[in-house]
Design a protein around this ligand. Structure first.
Ligand SMILES: *[C@@H]1O[C@H](CO)[C@@H](O)[C@H](O)[C@H]1NC(C)=O
Ligand SMILES: *[C@@H]1O[C@H](CO)[C@@H](O)[C@H](O)[C@H]1NC(C)=O
Ligand SMILES: *[C@@H]1O[C@H](CO)[C@@H](O)[C@H](O)[C@H]1NC(C)=O
Ligand SMILES: *[C@@H]1O[C@H](CO)[C@@H](O)[C@H](O)[C@H]1NC(C)=O
Ligand SMILES: *[C@@H]1O[C@H](CO)[C@@H](O)[C@H](O)[C@H]1NC(C)=O
Ligand SMILES: *[C@@H]1O[C@H](CO)[C@@H](O)[C@H](O)[C@H]1NC(C)=O
Ligand SMILES: *[C@@H]1O[C@H](CO)[C@@H](O)[C@H](O)[C@H]1NC(C)=O
Ligand SMILES: *[C@@H]1O[C@H](CO)[C@@H](O)[C@H](O)[C@H]1NC(C)=O
Length: 816
C-alpha cells in the first residue's frame, strides 16, 4: 500500500524537519545502499541454539528507499513474532510516512516501543527511552547521539550500537524485547553521570490531514524511588484518531520503566520531570503535553572510578493500565533477568517459526537466502498481539474485554498472499486472529478493513470476507463460525451510513464505517460503484466483485458442511445470489471499445480511463479478476490475445510490483497456457524488486504482503485467487525447500534440481502424480507431501494450450 498522502507530503517533511531538526539536515549525505552481509548477528558471548534461518534475517532490509512510497518501511526491531510492541532505535520522530529509524540518519535519539504497523499508518501510545550523560537534556532536539553503522549489531532478537555521549565518552546501547516488555541495557564508558529519560508525550500530527496542525497530546509521568527506580505513566497519542469511525476516547499506551544499576555502588542521585523544556527537579508526578521524566545516577564510588556504569532498563507496556504494564514486566522479564536471556528467548521464538523451513541448495546465493529469511521474518510481525493476561482494551467500544485480540490488519494488502502464507506456516495463530476480527464486529458493528487499534477506513473493499472464507475453506476452526458468517453477510448486504451522499474518499475525516461504500449506489443493482458518487469507484467495483465471490464460496462450503432441513439450503441460495452479483460486477466495467476496465458514472456512462483507481491504473485493474480468469481471457479475446495483452502490460512498463494490484499478474500467463512466461516474469521480479540492501524492498512491506509474494514465488506457487484455496505454479527459486507444517505429521518437500541455472519448468509432480494444470490445491499440500519440479534451461511447452480451469470454481458452479 504505497499510499501517497498527496496533499500533505511535502509540508509533512517540513514539520518533521522543524520538530526533529538535526536528523533531517544530515540526511542528505545518504550512504549508498550496501549489502549487510558482514555485520555480526550477535555478540560472541551469547550462547544460543544455532539457527541458520534466524542468522540470515537482516532487519535493515526494507528500511531505505528513495521516498516513503518506495520504502519497505521496515525498522530494525528486535521483538518476537506478532509482538505487541516493537522496539527500535529512534533516529527521528515517526509519523504517517516516516519511520522511527532511517538508515540515512547518523544520530540515535532514543529507543522507542512503537506500535506503528506500516509506513502509511500512524503511531499510537508509544514510549521512548533516551539515555544520556551529564546535564539532563530537556529536549529531543538536543538528545541525538552520533553513531556509526559500523558499530551496529542488528538481528531479529538483538540490536546494539555505540553512541557518542554528548559530554564525551560513549554509551553502548543494547536492545531486545518480549511481546509486551522492552529490554535495554546501557553501558556508559568514560561519560559524565548517567541518566535515563523517559519521554511520555511529544508534539504530534494527530490524524489531521493538515500536518502543520501540530497538537500536544496530554499524558502523565510518575516517578517512584522506594525499593526500585520506576518511571511510569501513559501517552494517549494516536495519530490516526480523527480518521475512522471509532474515537477510542480512553486509548493510551501505558508504561512502567524499571531502571536497575548493574554496577556496584551506583545509585539514584536525582530525578525529576520535564515539560516543554523546563526541568522540575525532585518532582514526582506531572500531567500534560511535551512531558518526560528522568532519573540520574551516581558515578561509581571512588575506589571503582574508571569502571563503566551499566544500567538495565525494562519497559512494561500496556493498553490497559500502568498496573497491567507493571504486571507485564514482572511476568515477561522478571527482576534479575539478563538482557542475554531476553535476547535468547526472543531468538528462540523466531527460531521456533523460521526453523520450520529448511533450504538446501548449494548454488543459492547468500543474497537469496537473506531476502528469503528476512521476508519470513517480516511476514510474522503483523497483526500484533493486543491482549494482556487474557484481557484487552477495545477501542471500538472503549472498554476492557476478556479474550485474545490482535491489531495491525492491513487487509487490502494482506488478503492477497500474506494470509495464505500465515495459514500455511503459522496456522496456530489463525483462530485467534479471526476471533479477534469477530470481536471487532461485535464491539464496533463491522469487521475490520484496516485496523490500527481501531478502524481507520483506509483502502477499499471488505476483504475480511476473503480472510474468513479462506480460513474456513482451508479447514481452520476455533472461532465462532456462525458469527463469522453473520459478519461477512452484513458486509455484503448493509451499506455504510448515508451511502448516497458520502464519497468516502481516502482518509475522509468524520465519517462512519466505510465498508462497501457504493453498495446501494448502485453496486447492488447495476454491479458497479458510481464514479460520480464515490471515490475509487473502479477499484471498489472489482474488489467488491471479489468479496462477493468470497461470500458465495463460503456459502457453498457451508451448504456442504452444514446440511439444513430447509430445502433448498439457505446457504446455497446465498451462494448462488452472491455468485450472480459477483459475475455481474466482475465485467460491468469492461469497456469493449478500449479493451480496458473503466469506471462508470451512475447513469452508466464511462468515467474516463484514469478515473476511479486506487494505487493502480487501468492496466493493473484490467487484470484484477482473480475469481474468473477464464472469463477474463474470453472477454479479452481468447488465450492468444490475453498473452499478448500481458506482454504489452509488462513490456510497456505497466507492471508496478511496488504496489499490490500487480502482485498476481505474472501468474496469469500460466492460466492462459503460457506457463514459461510466468516463470520468466516471476524470476525477473524476484531479482529486480528484492535484494539484501537497506533499499531491498521496492515497495512498502504492508504488514508482510511484499515478502509473502517473494516467499510463495520462491516455493514455486502463488495464491492468485486466495479464497479458492488454490495456488498457481511458478518457478521455484531453490533446489530444495522442506517445510515442517505444524498441523501435519509429514513435511512438505519441494524440489527443483538445477533451478539456479534452469528457470523453466518441464514437468511437475505432486506426490508422484503429474500435474495436468498449473495449479495445486491447498488441501493437497497442507498435510505435507512432495512437490517435484523438473527444471529446464529452455522455455518448455509444459501444459501449453491447457487453459487452467480453477477446480474449486468448477465443482462449485456445477453444484449450484
Ligand atoms: C529516510 O530519510 C531520507 C532522507 O531524509 C528520505 O529521503 C527518505 O524518504 C526517508 N525514508 C523513510 C522511509 O522515511
Ligand atoms: C512515490 O512518491 C514519489 C514522490 O515522493 C512520486 O513521484 C511517485 O510517483 C510515487 N510513486 C507511486 C507509485 O505512488
Ligand atoms: C487540528 O487538528 C485537530 C485534530 O487533529 C482538529 O480537531 C482541529 O480542527 C484542527 N485544526 C485546524 C486549524 O485544522
Ligand atoms: C513551549 O514553550 C514555548 C516557549 O516558552 C512556548 O512558546 C510554547 O507555546 C510552549 N508549547 C506548549 C505546547 O506549551
Ligand atoms: C442525501 O442528502 C440529502 C440532503 O442533503 C437528503 O435529502 C437525502 O435524503 C440524502 N440521501 C440519503 C440516501 O440519505
Ligand atoms: C439489493 O437488492 C436486493 C434485491 O435484489 C434487495 O433485496 C436489497 O435490499 C438490496 N440491498 C441494498 C443494500 O440496496
Ligand atoms: C443468506 O444468509 C443470511 C444470513 O445467514 C440469511 O439471513 C438469509 O436468509 C440467507 N439468504 C437466503 C436467500 O437464504
Ligand atoms: C535493490 O533493490 C532496490 C529496490 O528494488 C533497487 O532500487 C536497488 O537498485 C537494488 N540494489 C541493488 C544493489 O541491487
Amino acid at each position: 500500500m504505497p499510499k501517497l498522502w498527496m496533499r500533505t507530503l511535502s509540508t509533512l517533511s517540513l514539520v518533521v524537519a522543524i520538530i526533529s531538526a538535526s536528523s533531517i539536515l544530515f540526511s542528505s549525505l545518504a550512504p549508498t545502499a550496501r549489502a549487510i552481509s558482514t555485520r555480526p548477528r550477535l555478540p560472541p558471548e551469547f550462547s544460543v541454539p544455532p539457527s541458520q534461518a534466524v542468522d540470515y534475517v537482516d532487519p535493515l532490509i526494507g528500511n531505505g528507499g528513495d521516498s516513503p512510497n518506495g520504502s519497505g518501511g521496515m525498522i530494525p526491531s528486535t521483538s518476537p513474532p506478532f509482538a505487541m510492541t516493537r522496539w527500535t532505535p529512534a533516529t527521528r520522530r515517526n509519523y504517517v510516512s516516516v519511520t522511527p529509524y532511517n538508515y540515512t540518519d547518523d544520530a540515535i535519539y532514543g529507543f522507542q516501543g512503537t506500535h506503528q504497523p506500516a509506513i502509511w499508518m500512524g503511531e499510537s501510545g508509544q514510549v521512548t527511552v533516551i539515555p544520556g550523560a551529564g546535564e539532563v537534556r530537556t529536549g529531543w532536539e538536543e538528545s541525538g547521539m552520533k553513531f556509526s553503522h559500523a558499530t551496529e549489531v542488528v538481528s531479529a532478537s538483538y540490536y546494539s550500537a555505540v553512541l557518542e555521549a554528548l559530554e564525551g565518552g560513549s554509551i553502548i546501547a543494547e536492545q531486545s524485547s518480549t511481546s509486551r516488555v522492552g529490554h535495554l541495557r546501557f553501558t556508559f564508558k568514560s561519560t559524565s553521570t548517567p541518566y535515563i529519560l523517559v519521554e511520555a508525550t511529544r508534539p504530534s500530527v494527530m490524524g489531521s490531514a493538515d500536518p502543520t496542525n501540530v497538537t500536544y497530546p496530554s499524558g502523565s509521568v510518575s516517578i517512584s524511588t522506594d525499593s526500585v527506580v520506576e518511571i511510569s505513566g501513559y501517552n494517549p497519542e494516536r495519530q490516526d484518531f480523527i480518521i475512522g469511525p471509532n474515537p477510542a476516547p480512553s486509548f493510551a499506551g501505558y508504561f512502567c520503566v524499571r531502571i536497575t544499576p548493574l554496577t556496584r555502588g551506583v545509585s539514584l542521585s536525582s530525578f525529576g520531570t520535564i515539560q516543554n523544556g523546563t526541568n522540575f527537579p525532585n518532582e514526582r508526578t506531572r500531567n500534560g503535553g511535551l512531558l518526560s521524566a528522568y532519573a540520574s545516577f551516581s558515578s561509581p564510588p571512588s575506589q571503582l572510578l574508571g569502571e563503566d556504569v551499566v544500567l538495565d532498563v525494562r519497559i512494561g507496556v500496556s493498553f490497559i493500565s500502568v498496573e497491567q504494564a507493571r504486571a507485564n514486566l514482572d511476568k515477561e522479564i522478571p527482576d534479575g533477568t539478563s538482557l542475554e536471556t531476553t535476547a535468547e528467548e526472543c531468538r528462540r521464538a523466531w527460531a521456533e517459526k523460521l526453523d520450520r523451513i529448511r533450504i538446501e541448495d548449494e548454488g543459492a546465493s547468500e543474497l537469496q537466502k537473506r531476502v528469503f529469511w528476512t521476508g519470513v521474518f517480516h511476514t510474522l510481525q503483523y497483526p500484533y498481539e493486543q491482549d494482556e493476561d487474557g484481557r484487552y482494551y477495545s477501542g471500538y467500544d472503549d472498554a476492557i474485554h476478556e479474550g485474545q485480540s490482535y491489531t495491525g490488519y492491513s487487509i487490502w494488502d494482506t488478503y492477497r498472499a500474506e494470509w495464505a502464507w500465515q495459514i500455511l506456516l503459522a496456522p496456530e495463530r489463525i483462530p485467534g486472529m479471526v476471533q479477534s476480527m469477530l470481536q471487532d464486529y461485535v464491539e464496533g458493528g463491522w469487521l475490520p478493513m484496516w485496523k490500527n487499534i481501531v478502524e481507520t477506513n483506509i483502502m477499499v473493499g471488505t476483504h475480511a470476507d476473503s480472510l474468513i472464507a479462506e480460513a474456513v475453506i482451508k479447514g481452520i476452526t476455533g472461532f465462532d463460525l456462525g458469527l463469522a458468517y453473520e459478519a461477512v453477510y452484513k458486509d455484503a448486504t448493509v451499506p455504510p451510513y448515508d451511502d448516497w451522499n458520502i464519497s468516502y474518499y481516502d482518509r475522509e475525516e468524520n465519517v462512519g464505517y466505510e465498508v462497501r461504500a457504493g453498495l446501494s449506489s448502485v453496486y447492488n443493482t447495476s454491479g458497479y460503484v458510481a464514479n460520480d458518487i464515490h471515490s475509487e469507484s473502479g477499484s471498489r467495483t472489482l474488489d467488491y466483485a471479489y468479496d462477493d465471490y468470497a461470500l458465495s464460496l463460503l456459502s457453498a462450503h457451508l451448504a456442504k458442511s452444514q446440511p439444513s432441513s430447509a430445502s433448498p439450503n439457505p446457504y446455497s441460495l446465498n451462494a448462488s445470489h452472491f455468485l450472480t452479483r459477483s459475475k455481474l460486477a466482475s465485467f460491468s466495467l469492461f469497456n469493449d471499445a478500449t479493451g480496458f476496465m473503466e469506471a462508470r458514472n451512475a447513469d452508466g456512462s464511462w468515467a474516463g480511463p484514469d478515473e476511479g483507481w486506487t494505487e493502480g491504473d487501468k492496466w493493473a485493474y484490467t487484470f484484477d479478476i482473480v475469481q474468473d480468469v477464464e472469463g477474463l481471457i474470453e472477454r479479452v479475446g481468447g488465450k492468444e490475445k490475453f498473452v499478448m495483452f500481458l506482454d504489452e502490460h509488462f513490456d510497456g512498463g505497466h507492471n508496478d510490483h511496488t504496489n499490490e494490484p500487480s502482485h498476481h499478474i505474472p501468474y496469469l500467463y500460466a492460466l492462459a497456457g503460457s506457463a514459461s512466461k510466468t516463470q520468466e516474469r516471476v524470476r525477473e521480479i524476484a531479482f529486480s524488486d528484492y535484494n539484501d540492501t537497506v533499499n531491498g524492498l521496492s515497495g512498502n512491506e504492508d504488514c508482510g504482503q511484499m515478502s509473502a509474494w517473494y516467499i510463495f514465488s520462491a516455493l514455486g506457487f502463488y495464491p492468485v485467487n486466495p479464497v479458492s484455496g488454490e495456488y498457481v505454479i511458478g518457478s521455484p527459486l531453490f533446489e530444495k525447500i522442506t517445510i515442517d507444517l505444524p498441523a501435519s505429521s509429514k513435511p512438505l518437500v519441494i524440489t527443483a534440481a538445477g533451478t539456479q541455472s534452469k528457470p523453466y519448468v518441464k514437468s511437475v509432480t505432486l506426490n508422484g502424480m503429474s500435474l495436468t494444470k498449473p495449479i495445486i490445491k491447498h488441501e493437497d499440500i497442507a498435510h505435507g507431501g512432495e512437490l517435484v519440479f523438473e527444471m529446464s534451461g529452455e522455455p518448455e511447452e509444459w501444459l501449453a494450450g491447457n487453459v487452467a480451469t480453477v477446480e474449486e470454481q468448477v465443482t462449485f458452479h456445477e453444484e449450484l
